[in-house]
Design a protein around this ligand. Structure first.
Ligand SMILES: NC(=O)C1=CN([C@@H]2O[C@H](COP(=O)(O)OP(=O)(O)OC[C@H]3O[C@@H](n4cnc5c(N)ncnc54)[C@H](O)[C@@H]3O)[C@@H](O)[C@H]2O)C=CC1
Ligand SMILES: O=C(O)CCC(=O)C(=O)O
Length: 334
C-alpha cells in the first residue's frame, strides 16, 4: 500500500461527516491503495457521539483505514495533517442567510487557522465547508500566514453539481453528459451559476449547453435562482441542511484536488483572489473555474468571454464577499 495520508475532518459527529467519513476511509477519495489515518475533531459535548462513529468505522473493517484518532483537542487534531476538511460549524436554520452565521462561526475559523499555522504540515491542503464558507476560508488563511494561500479552498462543488443536474434534467440526458459548469463567487444566494461555457452530450454529439437548452429565459432566470436557493429549499423540506449531497460534493472536490482534473475539463472552487483574474477584487475567497494538475496545483481557466449579464452577476457576488470580509474583520484577533 502506498504511503499514507493523515486527513482531518472537523464536525466529525455532525450530519455531513456521517455521510462523508465512510467514503474517505474506504478509499473513494484518495484511492484504494492509499492508507488513511483519519482524524476526527468535534467539541467536548459531542465526545460520546464521536465514540459511536469510531465504533462504526471500526466495524466497517476497511482495508485502507490504517488508524482512527477521535479527539476534542485542537492540537492533537491538527498535528502533521496532510488534508483538513473543515466542516464543523453551526448550520443555518430556516429564514437565515448563510452570512448570518458569521458571528457564530468566525471564531471557529480563527482558532483553526491558528492551529493550522502552529501544528499542520506547511504543505497541508485545506477545504472549508462550514458556512459562510468563502469568508470562513478567508479567515482561516489569514490566521495561517506561513501556509501558501493557494492551499486553501472553499466548497462550491455542491452548487456546481446542482447546476449540472438541473441542465442534465432539462435536456433529458445523464448527469455525466454535462461538463464545465461554472459557479462564480460566493456560496450564497448571490452566487452566479454560469452555463455559458458548459457542454452537453446530446444524442451522441457534444454541444454548448446554452445552444442545447435553447431557452435563455430559463437559463437567465429560474435556472440561476433554483441553484442559488437550493440549500434553503432543502432546509425548508428537511428541516435540516443538505448533508448527503454536501458529503458527495466534498468527495468530488477533494478527489479532483488530489488527482487533478482530466483533459479539458475544469471544476469550480472557492480560491483566494489575488486580483489578477477576471477583474475580481483582491483578498476575498471567490469561486472560479480551475484546472488542476495531479498533486494539486491549480490554474484559473483564463480567457472565457464574459457577457455584460455575466459581469453584473459576477460583480454582485464579489460585492457581497467584500461586505462579508468587512464584517469578518471585526472577529479577527488584533
Ligand atoms: N459549503 C457548502 O456547500 C455547505 C456547507 N454546509 C455547512 O457545513 C456546516 C456543517 O453542517 P452539518 O454537518 O449539517 O452540521 P451539524 O450541526 O450536523 O454538525 C456540525 C458539527 O460541528 C461540530 N462543531 C461545532 N463547533 C466545532 C468546533 N469548533 N470544532 C469542531 N467541531 C465543531 C458540532 O458539534 C457538530 O457535531 C454548516 O455550517 C453548514 O451550513 C452544509 C452544506 C453545504
Ligand atoms: O444553505 C445552507 O445554509 C445549508 C447548507 C448549504 O450551504 C447548502 O445546502 O448549500
Amino acid at each position: 500500500m502506498a504511503d499514507g495520508l493523515k486527513v482531518l475532518v472537523t464536525g466529525a459527529a455532525g450530519q455531513i461527516a456521517y455521510s462523508l467519513l465512510y467514503s474517505i476511509a474506504n478509499g473513494d477519495v484518495f484511492g484504494k491503495d492509499k492508507s488513511i489515518t483519519l482524524v476526527m475533531l468535534d467539541i467536548a459535548p459531542m465526545a460520546e457521539a464521536l465514540k459511536g462513529v469510531v465504533m462504526e468505522l471500526q466495524d466497517c473493517a476497511l482495508p485502507s483505514l490504517k488508524n482512527v484518532i477521535s479527539t476534542t483537542d485542537v492540537k492533537e487534531a491538527f498535528t502533521d495533517i496532510d488534508f483538513a476538511i473543515l466542516v464543523g460549524a453551526m448550520p443555518r436554520r430556516q429564514g437565515m442567510e448563510r452570512k448570518d452565521l458569521l458571528k457564530a462561526n468566525a471564531k471557529i475559523f480563527v482558532e483553526q487557522g491558528q492551529a493550522l499555522e502552529k501544528y499542520a504540515k506547511k504543505t497541508v491542503k485545506v477545504l472549508v465547508v462550514g458556512n459562510p464558507a468563502n469568508t470562513n476560508c478567508l479567515i482561516a488563511l489569514t490566521c495561517a500566514p506561513s501556509i501558501p494561500k493557494t492551499n486553501f479552498t472553499c466548497l462550491t462543488r455542491l452548487d456546481q453539481n446542482r447546476a449540472q443536474s438541473q441542465i442534465a434534467s432539462r435536456l433529458g440526458v445523464s448527469n455525466d453528459s454535462v461538463s464545465n459548469m461554472i459557479i462564480w463567487g460566493n456560496h450564497s444566494s448571490t452566487q452566479f451559476p454560469d452555463a455559458a461555457h458548459a457542454s452537453a452530450v446530446v444524442g451522441g454529439s457534444t454541444a454548448n449547453a446554452v445552444e442545447a437548452v435553447k431557452d435563455d429565459a430559463w437559463l437567465n432566470g429560474d435556472f440561476i435562482s433554483t441553484v442559488q436557493k437550493r440549500g434553503g429549499a432543502v432546509i425548508a423540506a428537511r428541516k435540516l441542511s443538505s448533508a448527503m449531497s454536501a458529503a458527495k460534493a466534498i468527495c468530488d472536490h477533494v478527489r479532483d484536488w488530489y488527482f487533478g482534473t482530466k483533459g479539458d475539463k475544469w471544476t469550480s472552487m472557492g480560491i483566494y483572489s489575488n486580483g489578477s483574474h477576471y477583474g475580481l477584487p483582491e483578498n476575498i475567497v471567490y469561486s472560479v473555474p480551475v484546472r488542476i494538475a495531479p498533486g494539486g496545483e491549480y490554474t484559473v481557466v483564463e480567457g472565457l468571454k464574459i457577457s455584460d449579464f455575466a459581469r453584473s452577476k459576477m460583480d454582485a457576488t464579489a460585492q457581497e464577499l467584500l461586505e462579508e470580509r468587512n464584517a469578518a474583520w471585526d472577529f479577527l484577533p488584533t
